[in-house]
Ligand binder design. Structure first.
Ligand code: ZN
Ligand code: ZN
Length: 367
């Protein structure tokens, strides 16, 4: 006697049918297969036991002997009998009555995302703009409606994998023949091949088209910000979802304004008399001009702020400011009268100056 209760090992009733025995073994073998239980050292022993029980209970003659005598004459349960075992493994892994086709991939594949760059004028980035972007993208072929097959024909069964979508190879081990499966290269795991390809798309199911996408650029976008346009990427295959389009924004510089966050900076050239005496000037803004009052006695380098005249905040209310730096402009091209006035001013202020028409000595002499 082996002393083993094969019915208990497979967890079946003593009057279980052949089909019930098969089913019980397949279920248990899946759980205890050494290939999926590498970290569990007991899985191998458990699996051997299952295989032994199945070997006996699945064979009517052996089962009868076992039922009658509690053992099977000539049955060698030490598993050196690889021949018998390969039958068990072939059965389980699809050699006969296996689950062929169970791993076949869906032909439907989502389309890839696309990215494109878009350059915006400074003011368009500030206030928003509608843009029409030309785009080369794959569309579903409207002749075959994406199937890739010529009108009136159907995709055929892949000859390499027989329609299962996978190729199986067996290797011998001490436990028998193990089967490994990988996706069929010919049909990319779909199990189908196009024997009569659509002439419009060459069997791809998609055609490259020149498309345009209209997008609303919101006010306040920044350099490198990205807009996503749903479903405007590549078409999917065989009914798969299209990808998305990502538009990466770039903003051209402005001849007057330098953007820092949502504030814009500019310089305003003013003369010494304007700073000294004060004035009101019209200053360029993003929207026309704005009067700016310079108080008498303002120092060069002073920053003036126009509240709310900068870039609108993206997605919320409010705007940045316009900041004006006052730069004193020194006159270089002056006539004789202007020179005389400046010299008189310098003299009045007690500021020594060089380049006076009579020179330093003359000035001393004139006193
Ligand atoms: Zn087509
Ligand atoms: Zn194939």
């Amino acid at each position: 006697m082996t002393g083993k209760d094969y019915y208990a090992i497979l967890d079946v009733e003593r009057d279980a049918s052949e089909a019930q025995v098969k089913k019980a073994f397949r279920k248990a073998a899946r759980e205890h297969h050494p290939d999926v239980n590498k970290e569990n050292p007991e899985a191998e022993a458990k699996f051997k036991e299952l295989a032994e029980a199945y070997e006996v209970l699945s064979d009517a003659q052996k089962r009868q002997q076992y039922d009658q005598y509690g053992e099977v004459k000539g049955f060698n349960p030490d598993f050196s009998d690889i021949g018998n075992f390969s039958d068990v493994f072939d059965f389980f892994f699809g050699g006969q009555g296996g689950q062929g086709g169970g791993r076949r991939r869906s032909r439907s594949q989502p389309g890839a995302d696309l990215t494109t760059d878009l350059r915006l004028e400074f003011a368009d980035a500030a206030f928003g703009v509608e843009k029409v972007i030309p785009l080369d993208r794959h569309e579903v072929c409207d002749v075959c409606m994406g199937s890739g097959a010529e009108e009136g024909s159907q995709p055929g069964i892949c000859p390499d994998c027989g329609g299962t979508g996978e190729i199986r190879t067996s290797r011998q081990t001490m436990f028998g023949a193990f089967t490994t499966a990988y996706a069929c290269a010919k049909c990319a795991g779909t199990g189908e091949v196009i024997s009569d390809p659509c002439k419009n798309c060459g069997g791809d199911g998609r055609v490259l088209t020149k498309d345009t996408v209209t997008v609303d650029i919101p006010p306040g976008v920044t350099e490198n910000s990205t807009l996503r346009v749903s479903q405007k990427g590549e078409a999917g295959r065989n009914g798969g979802h299209p990808g998305d389009l990502y538009i990466i924004l770039h903003i051209s510089s402005h001849e007057l304004f330098d953007r820092r966050g949502n504030d814009i900076y500019c310089q305003l050239m003013v003369s010494f008399p304007q700073l000294a005496l004060g004035t009101e000037l019209e200053v360029e803004t993003l929207e026309g001009t704005e009067p700016v009052k310079i108080e008498a006695g303002t120092q060069p380098g002073t920053e003036m702020r126009l509240k709310g005249m900068g870039i609108p905040n993206l997605g919320r209310r409010g705007r940045g400011d316009q900041i004006i730096e006052l730069v004193a402009l020194t006159p270089t091209d002056i006539d004789a009268d202007q020179r005389k006035l400046l010299e008189e001013l310098a003299e009045s202020l007690g500021d020594p100056v060089s380049g006076k028409s009579e020179g330093i000595l003359g000035r001393l002499f004139n006193r």
